[in-house]
Ligand binder design. Structure first.
Ligand SMILES: Cc1cc2nc3c(=O)[nH]c(=O)nc-3n(C[C@H](O)[C@H](O)[C@H](O)COP(=O)(O)O)c2cc1C
Length: 192
């Protein structure tokens, strides 16, 4: 499958690599981490909770591609699915492990939606994220670890994404579930 994600405006070349500390940080169950992007995934808005949890100032995130908070252990297949779904003008729920500016990580349950203008064209995307339960993270982690291991067997980014997307499809087929069914089977067991 083609990578439908458009290239971001801003270059990430100048950004220093952040080494993960392995420390997890969290946020309150009644808080929402919110950001908006343009159609290319460049951040145009971030709320105070986003800034506090990710450890960035507003001027450090505005104009940056959203992979600013990408954790190196997140499988590419998840982002491919996210962008393919958004390209089809559909919304998606996904569990995502994010990297804060100091290398700590924080898991979120993200709901990402396309925003359309009056003519139906996508003018940007909106993501609101809440804190997932520990049980949900435990369910998702081994699946992501399997996808990541598959990706590491391939050298090119595209080949890696395709291979792990295939594996994700196979894992879901084994359980006779669609991605939506898989995610909802976890979401419905979230403790509130
Ligand atoms: C509205 C929106 C929100 C996003 N939020 C995140 C996020 O919280 N964490 C993340 O790693 N990627 C997020 N992404 C996906 C990134 O744009 C990017 O595809 C991902 O980090 C993979 O980066 P890479 O292609 O450099 O591997 C978001 C994209 C959109 C459109």
């Amino acid at each position: 499958m083609l990578d439908t994600r458009p290239a971001p405006h801003a270059s990430r070349g100048a950004r220093p690599t952040i080494r993960p500390t392995g420390r997890e940080r969290s946020f309150a169950a009644d808080e929402l981490i919110v950001s908006k992007t343009d159609p290319r995934g460049v951040i145009t808005y971030a709320n105070d909770v986003f800034l506090r949890v990710s450890g960035y100032e507003l001027d450090e995130v505005l104009g940056q591609p959203h992979n600013l908070v990408r954790h190196p252990e997140m499988p590419r297949a998840v982002f491919k699915l996210l962008w393919d779904t958004l390209a089809a003008k559909q919304e998606i729920f996904a569990y995502i492990n994010n990297l804060a500016s100091d290398g700590d990580h924080y898991w979120v349950l993200a709901h990402v939606t396309p925003s359309q203008g009056p003519d139906g064209r996508v003018v940007g995307y909106h993501s609101s994220r809440r804190k997932p339960s520990a049980a949900a993270i435990r369910r998702v982690q081994p699946v992501y670890a399997q996808l990541l291991a598959e990706e590491r067997r391939h050298s090119g980014a595209r080949a890696a994404a395709e291979a792990s997307s295939r594996l994700l499809g196979d894992l879901l087929a084994e359980q006779q579930q669609s991605y939506e069914e898989f995610i909802w089977s976890i979401i419905t067991r979230e403790e509130h």
